[in-house]
Design a protein around this ligand. Structure first.
Ligand code: CO
Length: 133
């Protein structure tokens, strides 16, 4: 078994502050990490739940994938992050199983992680992010 934890559930939102406020009010949640990821054109806020995170994600520019997702589908579940010990090995294993990587090689993610995205087509319709801490 290559997966060690559900790393995060990423939810695309229009207004990050409003979404944080909702989670604070609804769940008594607090943000443990907030980061702009320039490469991906997003700003993320992480809420820790046990050893996993809820990742509220807003677009920082019009041409980011999250902006396109929001324009097309509105707010909602964007991707699931699966924690792994070895991101490169997990990509290889997924490719061998018939999946198509968006990132053929591991790359830097938020909070100092190493990540790779796998296309939903060939992966049960789910955008998967492999996350190595
Ligand atoms: Co993510």
């Amino acid at each position: 078994m290559l997966l060690t934890e559900i790393d995060h559930i990423a939810i695309a939102v229009h207004d990050l502050d409003q979404a944080i406020s909702f989670y604070e009010t609804a769940f008594g949640a607090s943000v443990v990490h907030r980061e702009v990821v320039e490469n991906d054109g997003v700003e993320e806020a992480l809420i820790k739940v046990a050893e996993s995170y809820i990742q509220l994600t807003a677009a920082t520019r019009e041409d980011s994938p999250v902006a396109k997702f929001l324009a097309k589908r509105g707010e909602g579940l964007h991707h699931v992050g699966y924690r792994v010990d070895d991101c490169a090995a997990a990509i290889s294993s997924m490719v061998a199983a018939g999946a198509t990587p968006i990132d053929a090689e591991p790359r830097p993610g938020s909070r100092g992680t190493t990540v790779a995205f796998i296309h939903p087509k060939g992966a049960c319709g789910t955008l998967i992010e492999l996350v190595q801490e």
